[in-house]
Design a protein around this ligand. Sequence first.
Ligand SMILES: [Mg+2]
Length: 280
Amino acid sequence: MAIAAKTEAGRDGIAALLDRPAQALAAFDYDGTLAPIVADPSRAYPHPRVVSALASLSRHLGLVAIITGRPAGLAVELAGLAGAPGLDRLMVLGHYGMERWDAASGKVATVAPPDGLRAVRTALPSLLTSLGAGRADIEDKGLSVAVHVRRLDDPAGVFAAVEGPLRELAEEHGLVAEPGRMVVELRPRGMHKGVALRGLVTEARATVVTFTGDDLGDLTAFAEIERLRADGFDGVRICSGSAEVRLLRKQADLVVDGPEGVTRWIEDLVGQLDARRSTS
Ligand SMILES: [Mg+2]
């Protein structure tokens, strides 16, 4: 049975995608969307069926892309995308679009690290210790730094204690702090998933756009879809639902149950696209 959207715009968007798949761009967040959230972010492997589902989807659509806050190369490695069958046209935008990997070249294009990142790196350990979070995991992503508190005792309490000071530290050094699921990331200003999505829409000349995400950093991509819809594009905002994030769920056209639900949604879509192709 088809998975239905809860909004009219979402239903129109899905209908448009089925009618004009060659003009469609489907973009996905990685962590919490294609891969379950795990305590150790270096072991966030994709849902077991999702890579082959993405490959099947990319046979039908204009462009399938992953837009993640992770370094592009790391997402490619974790997801096992390099050389995966059927994924030759997949694109991965890492660091919110500052890095790009495409399956055709197999290479990552990147930019220089932002000014201020070095000072933030140096200041972080003592700041965290002074906040009672000295055992938080610091993930150095090259173009940004993330502080993970999921593995600490009372992660929610620690998160509340560190979020404000991390924001101040970021601002002091010309960066921004982006809160997520038991993580705060300090990264350059001006680049976010909305900007990354807009660039891909232009590049792919897409007229139908879907974005699937699970966390607060995905709200900018949802907002971009709203903007595109106001300009006459079709679009669908899909939430990979979790108990941790409620705001995204409210703004979505369609809510599915975590990476398992996302995988089923992709498989369902592929089934409908296959059926249309075989009858056309
Ligand atoms: Mg995510």
